[in-house]
Every structure is written in structure tokens, then in C-alpha cells.
Design a protein around this ligand. Sequence first.
Ligand code: SAM
Ligand code: SF4
Length: 323
Amino acid sequence: MLVDPSGRKFRYLRLSITDVCNFKCVYCLPDGYQCTHERDFLSLSEIDNTLRAFAYHGIEKVRITGGEPTLRKDFIDVIRAAKDTPGITKVAATTNGFSLKKNIRSWVEAGLNSVNISIDSLDPRMFNTITGHDKFDSVMSGVHAALDSGLDSVKINSVLMKQYNGAEFDYFLNWVKHKPITWRFIELMQTQDNLTFFNKNHISGMKLRERLINDGWSQIQRSKIAGPACEFAHPDYQGRIGLIMPYSKDFCASCNRLRVASRGDLHLCLFSEQGISLRDYMNRETPEALIAELARYIKEKKPTHLLHQGMSGATTNLSMLGG
Ligand code: SAM
Ligand code: SF4
């Protein structure tokens, strides 16, 4: 098992398979995707080797992310590769949902266990303003298709922003009242590209937490391979609320994940100073060399990010790494 100098164990890999995205979320890619490098994303055989090496070290859950991972023509093969990796028991994906309705059944058949869908507003016009696309209805029908598809879990992610959807919190709560779904709020994070935007729009996750507790919600225990969200339940609500609060005290203490970016860089933290290229090792016939490199690099993982000091490392936006 991979254990870092702070004693944290890693069971969860976030694997980005492309940094390309078709949406223009105001906090992530406000000007749309701009390609500044060759589009030489990890091949299926590199992905396969990577998954085997991480699984050797005890990784049980893999989340396929991007950019928009479903834009890759071989997305379904990536799901299959993850499903067929001995040791991987949970295959998840994060998507903006644009092709969910059409494809979710075949992804589930290929082995997808769970999906997180990003929906920042329940108002179609605000959805359009935030993402640059008039696709609210089609993404929502994708959510319903996902709920009917036999997945173990369907979760929705939103980033709340003062000048956009900040007043919609009550609508989101109402939405989960009669639906067995977890709606999660990711606190807006500062990246190299969004400082001014961040200062105008950041809403503290701790404030939302206070509000939930005052309204009778109670926090639920996390599983070992759970994501970073604190989840809350309420007796009058079928669904749950999740809060991802990267600025909260001790957020990093429970870190259980590692990240690989779409061109083969290992990121020990979402906000690390730089990625570590593992591509040479991914290209070998067998994963042994990669296994040895992972054991070496985990010793370099720092105890916490430095976001509180306004330092977002080398992360220009989250589409480059998959969040
Ligand atoms: N395109 C897919 C999607 O949007 O679901 C996957 C990649 S996206 C980078 C993953 C998650 O990161 C999304 O839920 C998105 O809302 C979130 N995200 C992107 N930039 C963010 C930021 N600056 N702060 C907080 N969350 C962010
Ligand atoms: Fe694309 Fe996801 Fe970034 Fe939105 S948050 S621009 S959907 S990568």
C-alpha cells in the first residue's frame, strides 16, 4: 500500500484522460478550451499499465475525469480497462453530462459503477450563463437516465458563486427532498487563472455547514474510499447534501487520493508545484518500473496544500487535472 510521510494511505486514483472540454464554465475555462500543447493524451495501453501499477499498490477506486472525459472516443474502453484491472473494485466518472442520456446504459454495461455530474444551476438561463451552453434540459434528462441505469450511485456537483447561483441553495435542498441523490457543493477554489473571479465569488463551505446543522441535518461517517465530501442527511429528505471544503481546517488530513493528469504526470496534490512525469514508465511492457516509481514518489507528498496562503501551485485551472 502507498503510505506517505504523514501516514496517509491511498486507495483512490483520479485519472484524467483528456484536458479538452466542450463547456466554458466561468470558474474553470471562461474562454473555452485553449490547447497549448500537443494532444498526446495517455493511450489505452498506458492507461492499462497505470491502473495495474496503482492497483498493485492497493488502489481500489478509480475516477475517470478530465477536461470532459466522455469526449474521448475510447471512453468506454477506458471504463472496461479499469473494470478489468485486478484489485479495482469501483469505477467512477465525473462528467458535465452532455452525452449522458445517450450513453449511460452502455457505460454501465462496460462496468461503470458510479457517476458524478456537474450541474451548477437549476435555472436553465443561469446554467447557460455559467457553462456557456443551453443544455440544462438535456443534462437533466441525463441525470434521470443515470438514476434509472442501475448505477450504485449518482451524485451531482455544484460550485456555488456569489454573483451567479449563490442564492439557489434552497432550490437545491428542495430538489433532493424526494430524490435518492447526493447533491454536493464544491467550495470555489482559487487557481492561477481565476484570482479576481475567486475574490468576487467565493462562498465559505463552513457557512453552508452551519446553515445545514441549524436546519437539522446531521453529518454521516465517511467510508475508506469515499471522496473528500462531508455528507449530511436529514430525516425529512430522501437525498443527501455533500460539502467539499478545501479551505476548512484539517481538510488535507483525510486525503486518500492521488492524481494522474492526461499526459502522464503524477500530481501528489491538486495544488502541487509541479507534476512528476511518469510517461516513460507507463510505456514499458509491464508495470514493474512504474510500481517502483510510485513507491519512491509517495515519500514526497506534502502534509497540506497552501491554498490558505493564496498559493495554488502549478494548477492554472481544474480542467487540466480533473478536480
Ligand atoms: N468536466 C467534468 C465536470 O465538469 O464534471 C470533469 C472535470 S471538472 C474539472 C471536475 C469538477 O471540478 C467539476 O465538478 C467542477 O465543477 C469542479 N471545478 C472546476 N474548477 C473548479 C474551481 N476553481 N473550484 C471548485 N471546483 C471546480
Ligand atoms: Fe469543462 Fe468541467 Fe471545467 Fe466545466 S468544470 S469547463 S465542464 S472541465
